[in-house]
Design a protein around this ligand. Sequence first.
Ligand code: C5P
Length: 297
Amino acid sequence: MSVTVRVPAKVNVQLAVGAARPDGFHDLANVFLAVGLYDEVTVTPADELRVTCAGPDAGQVPLDRTNLAARAALALAERYGRDADVHLHIAKDIPVAGGMAGGSADGAGALLACDALWGTGASREELLALCAELGSDVPFSLVGGAALGTGRGERLTELEVGGAFHWVFAMAARGLSTPAVFREFDRLARGREIPVPVASQDLLGALAKGDADALAAAVSNDLQPAALSLFPELADTLAAGRAAGALASLVSGSGPTTAFLARDAEGAEAIAGALRASGTCRTVRTAAGPVPGAALV
Ligand code: C5P
C-alpha cells in the first residue's frame, strides 16, 4: 500500500521584506501563486525511514533527515506517537534551491501522504501548524492557489484570482541558499530605514481581475537586488526575457530561478523559445497558475 501526493511550485508575485527580527527571520508581505510544475511524494510502509529521489536535479537533494520530506514524516510521527517507518520517494520536477519552494513542496507532500497512510485524522489546522514548524513556505505548498503570507510568510490569507496567468521559468546553472540571500538583503539594507512590508493593493486587484498587464506593472521582489548581487549573471537572463517580450521579468523568491509573465500560453512558448536560444540559463519551463495545493493522486 502506498500513497502519492502531488505538490505545485510557487512564484512570489510580490515579496516585500521587512527588517531582520530578533529571531533572525524577516517579516514579509509575501504574495504566493502556485504554478503547474510539480513534485510527487510517494510514501510506502518500510522497516525504517528512508528517502529516495529521482529527476534531473536528484543529485542535489539530501537523502538524510535534513530533507524536509523526512522532517515532515518525523514531525507527524512524533505528534501521533508512532514510528516514521516509511520509504519516501520524491519524483522531483521543481528546481532544487531555485526559489520555487521545491523543498517546501516535498515537506507538505510528505506530511499529507503520511497523514493519509497512517490515518491520523489530523485536522487541516493541525497540518498547517506542522507545516509552519517545518518552514515558512510549507503552509502555502499545502494550500496552493494564491495567498498572502504575513509574519515570516507562514500566516496565510487566501486570495481570489480572476483568471490564469502564464509564466516562463528559467532555471539557473547553480542554486542559491535562501539564508544567504536574506543575509545579503541585510547587508545591502545596512544603514537604511526598512519600511514595514505591506501587500500592494494594485497587485491584489490585478490578481482578482486576472489582468496580466496590471499584474506585470505591480510585481516586485525585495530579494531581487540581493539575489543579483550574489548571482550577477541573472541580469542577463532577465534582460533576455524582457527582450523576448515578457510583460514582467523578476527573480522568483530568493532565486536564482527567474520568472517571466506572458500574456497567454502562446506568448509563454515564444518567450521560452527565445530564452532557450539566449544561452543565459540551464533549462526553461512554462507553467500557468493558480493551481491547487498538495493533493492525493
Ligand atoms: O523558514 P525557512 O526554513 O524556509 O527559512 C529558511 C531561512 O530563510 C531562514 O533560516 C532565514 O535565514 C531565512 N528567512 C528569513 N525570513 C523569512 C523566511 C526565511 O530570514 N521570513
